[in-house]
Design a protein around this ligand. Sequence first.
Ligand SMILES: [Zn+2]
Length: 376
Amino acid sequence: MRYCTKCILPETHQTIKFNQEGVCSVCEQIDYRDTEIDWDERRCMLQELVNEYRDKGEYDCIVPFSGGKDSTFQLWYVVKELGLKPLVVRFDHWGYRPKVAENNTRTFKLLGVDVLQFTPSWHVVKELMLEALKRTGDFCWHCHTGVYAHTMQIAIRYNTPLIIWGETLAEYASWYSYDEFEEVDETRFNRVMNLGITADDMYEFLNGKVSKRDLYPFAYPPRDELMKIKCRSICLGNYIKWDIKKQVEIIKREIGWEGQEVEGIPREYEYEKIECQWQGIRDYCKYIKRGYGRTSHLVSIDIRNKRLTREEGWALAEKYDGKRPASLDIFLEKLGLSEEEFVNILSRHRIEPWQFDQEQVEPGQPLPDMGQWTRG
Ligand SMILES: [Zn+2]
């Protein structure tokens, strides 16, 4: 496989392109972020923007919130730095690990915010996970669509037009570049989030297993309803320079937020994607399909930010990427799949020139909290 000559992302990474020197488009975007953007000016733009929405209704804005490092920072920033009164909106994708609730309680208490949580039916979610896995090799359709569609629906119901999301997609892939102001709108939803499958498509695919109204939480609301409230859905990462390590320091110091171990990544990244028990499976899926895992992604960020050399990054990726997650047994039991079926489905979505060889795969270590995860 071909790899970026600066970071270690391979050619199978979604949306990647390489320039003449072999440097990937994500590295180029980050270079642009660090050298071409006037972040003081952007911060002023953000102040002006939020002032238009301040004190206009029940809430100044909506903050979608999982409890991971990014949304915790987002919420802290919105409350403490921007001085807004947000409505915190949570979508429960059925994968939250026990630690998340602990962190969230502390965060909500400290920041004094109103919180709304929606949990879709597990019966529906299970069908959606299986169908999405078979069709796209990605079982998280319900989460990608639910988090976005449901949040927009809440904006309409609470007549709260401003929604503040976290990092931009330009941080990690090339659907958008850094000079674009990324609105989290229907175009982005259809381009990136729903994997090319709408809720209506899903209804047809599931052939009577769920009803049309069961799928409402996963459907993007009609454009005219969003226009009526003059909905504005922005990424904080377009207005302040996203620096994960710095932001993690802030939420640890200011809120007492705690990280925890995640499958398949080095312990020093214990702040990254800690919230979902299916993260290890997602990363393994990516490895089967694309030949790299989350460690490659994480060290690439550090290489770009000059916190790691490319050689150090390689060594970590070789050590951690591509292990069979111990949680796979729980996952398969939950969805009623055998491991052979699972690997066969994913192999159908493999991206050339990557070749997956199951014989070479080593077992990963179980996580300390796995005993508390629900099974079956
Ligand atoms: Zn690169």
